[in-house]
Design a protein around this ligand. Structure first.
Ligand code: NDP
Length: 367
């Protein structure tokens, strides 16, 4: 069998080529530009704008289209990013994107409770979907999204930008290589003070929940990639200091604990009522890793028992979109998955946490 290495060596290509994604290295060696993922953004809000700006520096992904309910934003984005009129859609006519050969993938950056409906519509239109976190508002919806993308033969990726961040990846590699010994404890602190009480994040019909859906998911997901295993049970406790702002179904603060097959445990806090809460701590029998900030837009500050990590900060969404292009176009396998199944694991844990809050019981997590 001709492996990638054999093929490249036969072709007389360099070590540089060996470090690039397969189609990238071949294309580059043959003097061709690597293929670029042509992306439309759905939902031109604050995070959509951040992703669009970050994509200006991408080499493998390009913003070529928009889907929005606000005509004035479409106009502004068309001018700012040179988007042709034929690549602009509203939520009402988005099914027509099926006939657009100039768009490969759509990045869904709308409120959480709309992710399912939007993802399924785009899958049916034959487009690969990148969907923001949380992938949905519960595991059942996540399963429907995965099934729809599978049936349509398109890929579904979740916007887990930290899975491509250099300090995070360094720690994950060290953990997998046993540098911290047996890792038996993770602490995740995720929170910020939320402003405007009228925003969709505090409206259950659009958010699916409060701080947990928005920021708590970082501690859930972080516990899994830092420990390198998936939890089998959770316990959780909710507290509320402002029942007017944080109505029924909108969690203000939840502390939760997770248990893992190895015997490791995680202790986490998710809140909308405290700032300066963005910290991961991983403790093992031979060492530790600490990140603070751990999931903000960066620079991420990280250290281990051996000293600080000094990776250069690159805008997270730029790296994320280039890497996602390589996943979709070249079949590249990321160290930490970003597929729908990865998003679904977090949704199962969110469901279990809400159940644990309600019942006061330890809740098992389905495999
Ligand atoms: P915004 O409110 O800033 O933007 C959401 C956009 O969605 C709106 O501007 C609007 O765009 C569109 N939209 C469609 N229907 C509705 C509706 N009924 N109500 C409100 N907006 C609607 O939110 P964010 O950009 O902050 O968040 C969007 C998603 O991105 C969320 O799922 C969030 O969790 C995720 N996110 C992820 C981050 C990360 O670091 N990975 C960081 C921040 C957010 P239009 O007018 O164009 O239709």
């Amino acid at each position: 069998m001709t492996t990638r290495r054999h093929f490249l060596q036969k072709a007389g290509l360099t070590t540089l080529a060996l470090s690039l994604p397969f189609s990238d290295s071949i294309a580059q060696a043959m003097g061709q530009e690597p293929k670029v993922l042509r992306v439309a953004i759905m939902g031109l809000g604050s995070y959509g704008a951040r992703v669009a700006d970050a994509m200006k520096d991408c080499s493998r992904a390009k913003l070529v289209g928009v889907i929005s309910g606000t005509p004035s934003k479409i106009e502004q984005w068309q001018q700012k990013y040179s988007i042709p009129a034929q690549n602009c859609y509203s939520y009402d006519n988005v099914a027509e994107i099926k006939n657009n050969k100039d768009i490969d993938a759509v990045y869904v950056i709308t409120p959480n409770a709309l992710h399912k409906e939007h993802t399924i519509a785009l899958a049916k239109a034959g487009k690969h979907v990148i969907c923001e976190k949380p992938m949905a508002v519960n595991a059942r919806e996540g399963q429907e999204m995965i099934a729809a993308c599978k049936a349509a033969g398109v890929q579904l990726l979740i916007g887990y930008r930290m899975h491509f961040e250099a300090n995070t990846l360094d720690i994950v590699k060290k953990q997998r290589a046993g540098e911290f010994g047996k890792t038996l404890f993770f602490q995740g602190l995720s929170g910020f003070i939320i402003g405007d009480p009228s925003q969709w994040r505090l409206n259950k019909a659009l958010s699916g929940g409060g701080a947990m859906m928005d920021i708590g998911v970082y501690s859930i997901n972080g516990a899994r990639y830092m420990l390198g295993e998936d939890p089998i049970w959770v316990t959780a406790q909710e507290t509320k200091t402002d029942p007017i702002k944080f109505k029924e179904g909108i969690d203000e603060t939840i502390t939760f604990q997770m248990g893992f097959p190895s015997g490791a445990t995680a202790s986490c806090l998710s809140t909308y009522s405290l700032n300066y809460l963005d910290k991961f701590f991983l403790s093992g029998t031979k060492g530790f890793a600490e990140m603070q900030p751990s999931t903000g837009y960066g620079p991420i500050k990280a250290k281990t028992h051996s000293g600080p990590l000094e990776h250069t900060h690159v805008t997270h969404q730029t790296t994320q979109m280039d890497e996602m292009a390589a996943i979709i176009l070249d079949g590249k396998q990321p160290l930490i998955p970003v597929d729908g199944e990865e998003g679904l694991k977090d949704m199962h844990i969110v469901d279990a946490i809400f159940k644990a809050v309600k019942t006061g019981q330890k809740v098992s997590i389905p495999k």
